[in-house]
Ligand binder design. Structure first.
Ligand code: SAH
Length: 268
């Protein structure tokens, strides 16, 4: 009887290898196979054993797309071959990372697995931009939303107008393409046009850029300034604190290529 390997669903964090957890680091260095997508930069992949199999499974909108079912089949095949598999995902595997679907597929196939959390990009982007997501004087709640869904779809799951009156800090993942519509709908729901908003691109890497504006202006200003994916948009009064608390500059970035290696035209 052959013994199955284990699949480790590992969060690689936002880009800087120093933000890997110790467990993620150890599993990457020991893996027989590393299955990764576009958000994981070369500095992190280089930590793997020279003889480890590295399999790029891309991501929808990243110019190359490996269907989710195929990714799951690759993980199952490698584990059944007895390999220790690291499925490496940007940020955290359970935050907009489809880690849930992969875990379900592994359970169905009877493959042992573990989940290793990572620093999700909203937390990293906010920290590096000097934006406390909660603050006793400004915000007592945080929501993570995906802007990937087409907000013009009549049956869209996210009712943006409701979030316009929630009073929570909003962290928007994959929101650049639809930012104009999203911010308009938040205002239609009651959000003040002057509510501070920030966009943070390629957070924690040497490509890190940020811009602070207001919910009514952020879409236009970030477009003019050439911002694109991968970026997090933080909306709420706390975003204004960046003007005083921003501490990270490109010069402070470790010389790493993490997100710098991204191909053009990635999903926003
Ligand atoms: N599982 C990931 C999210 C994957 S969805 C996580 O927990 O972070 C992809 C989106 O994540 C991107 O479109 C962008 O919104 C965000 N993202 C990932 N890395 C980022 C980075 N270094 N800086 C800013 N945003 C990032």
């Amino acid at each position: 009887m052959s013994v199955s390997g284990t699949v480790h669903l590992v969060g690689a964090g936002p880009g800087d290898p120093e933000l890997l957890t110790r467990r993620a680091h150890r599993l990457i260095t020991e893996a027989d196979a590393i299955v990764h997508d576009y958000l994981v930069g070369p500095d992190i992949l280089a930590l793997g054993r020279p003889d480890a199999e590295r399999i790029f499974v891309g991501k929808k909108g990243g110019g190359f797309c490996c269907p989710q079912r195929e990714i799951e089949a690759v993980l199952i095949r490698l584990a059944r071959a007895g390999k220790q598999v690291v499925r490496l995902k940007g940020g955290d595997p359970f935050v907009f990372g489809r880690g849930g679907e992969e875990a379900e597929a592994l359970v169905a196939a009877g493959i042992p697995f573990e989940i290793v959390p990572g620093v999700t990009s909203a937390l990293a982007a906010a920290a590096y931009a000097g934006i406390p997501l909660t603050h006793r004087s400004h915000s007592s709640a945080v929501v993570f939303l995906t802007g990937h869904e087409d907000p013009a779809k009549p049956d869209a799951a996210i009712h943006w107008e409701s979030y316009g009156r929630l009073g929570a800090t909003i962290c928007l993942y994959m929101g650049m393409k639809n930012l104009e519509t999203i911010t308009r709908r938040l205002q239609a729901g009651g959000m003040d046009a002057d509510t501070p908003a920030a966009v943070i691109q390629a957070a924690t890497t040497d490509q890190h850029r940020q811009l602070v504006s207001t919910v009514s202006q952020i879409a236009l200003e970030s477009e003019h300034a050439g911002f694109g994916a991968p970026a997090i948009v933080v909306i709420g009064p706390v975003a204004a604190l960046s003007e005083r608390l921003a501490w990270f500059t490109e010069a402070a970035a470790a010389p790493l290529a993490a997100c710098g290696a991204l191909p053009a035209g990635l999903p926003s």
